[in-house]
Design a protein around this ligand. Structure first.
Ligand SMILES: Nc1ncnc2c1ncn2[C@@H]1O[C@H](COP(=O)(O)OP(=O)(O)OP(=O)(O)O)[C@@H](O)[C@H]1O
Length: 312
């Protein structure tokens, strides 16, 4: 079993009138790339801020590297690198000058770490180019370089892929994979777009309205994103009742007033259609489908009230 190097136990956080996190239990294993997925406002940033000490928890506990005391947490935080808010880089400075500024400000000894961080993120050749002329991808990479300067064992990244074009996404993804494989850095990365994290994370945690509603591995996710029958009818709720009472089928999901996804009877669509017709349900169509990641996310957290899920 891999060592748990960051954990939360029954963690809750309230801001004045908002419950941002409710009874979160999770463990980050050494070597993992853990994807925290949730819509805007789900509580992702709050969780990361509590781990880095930028926000206080209201109830429950956290631990870092097995330590949960105040001193232990503050020691543990020195072994973490994070990008939570956009780092305030100076627009008129180069990549190297910006890192050097923060190195001095943070009291990190030796200039070597600046060079190494620039090498790690592929910004060593940007010379005199000023930050203001960087692409968004370059800016994100400089943020990563800053988080890497203290040689962290864990990287906490809040939506680092947000707003990047497809090329930028691939670039950051490859960089994170390299840091994980070659430097053995454990990564906790948040996103409101599930597909951004595919081919990157080893483990997913879905967060919705402050609750961690599901955790599963990449393999389990792909298994769950399986096949189903999409059934379009005139009354989905009545069809659902029939599935339960006539077939004892509970593996379905009502997706609108007029449609359902059925995860059983994949090879017997005629059984479903016959039952619908015999019971006076207007059947419009029945077709085998395969669930994609967005469908899965929508099924878990509901998507109607937040179009952001489908941003690309
Ligand atoms: N400083 C604060 N004061 C009051 N409420 C806050 C504060 N920070 C966050 N919240 C609220 O807590 C909830 C969780 O916010 P949080 O920023 O953690 O979500 P998120 O999943 O990171 O969303 P986003 O992707 O939009 O940043 C939201 O309802 C938010 O409005």
């Amino acid at each position: 079993m891999a060592e748990i190097i960051a954990a939360a136990g029954n963690l809750s956080k309230e801001y004045q009138n908002t419950k941002a996190l409710s009874n979160i239990n999770f463990g980050l294993r050494r070597g993992d790339i853990y994807g925290l997925v949730g819509k805007n406002g789900a509580g992702k940033t709050t969780l990361l801020r509590i781990l880095t000490g930028q926000a206080f928890l209201t109830a429950g506990s956290i631990s870092l590297f097995g330590e949960s005391s105040k001193e232990g947490l503050s020691k543990g935080r020195k072994r973490i690198g994070a990008i939570i808010e956009e780092p305030g880089f100076y627009s008129y400075m180069t990549a190297r000058e910006n890192l050097e500024y923060y190195r001095i400000q943070r009291g990190i000894p030796g200039k070597r770490c600046v060079q190494e961080a620039l090498e790690e993120v592929g910004l060593v050749d940007t010379g005199n180019k000023k930050f203001q002329n960087f692409s968004l991808g370059m800016k994100q990479r400089l943020g990563l370089a800053l988080a890497l300067m203290n040689k962290p064992e864990i990287l906490l990244l809040d939506e680092p892929i947000n707003g990047l074009d497809p090329f930028g996404i691939v670039e950051i993804r490859n960089l994170l994979l390299k840091l994980n494989k070659e430097k053995k850095i454990t990564i906790l990365i948040s996103s409101h777009i599930l597909t951004e994290l595919t081919n990157l994370v080893t483990c997913y945690g879905f967060i919705d309205r402050g609750e961690l509603i599901k955790q599963l591995s990449e393999e389990e996710l792909l298994k769950e994103c399986g096949k189903y029958l999409e059934v379009k009818v005139d009354k989905a709720e009545r069809m659902a009742a029939l599935l339960e009472t006539k077939l004892g089928c509970h593996a379905y999901k009502v997706t609108s007033d007029y449609s359902l996804h059925i995860f059983e009877y994949l090879n017997q669509p005629e059984l479903i259609s016959q039952m619908a017709v015999e019971n006076g349900i207007g059947l419009r169509s029945i077709a085998p489908k395969e669930m994609n990641l967005e469908d899965y996310f929508m099924q878990l957290v509901g998507g109607k009230d937040d179009e952001a899920i489908y941003e690309k």
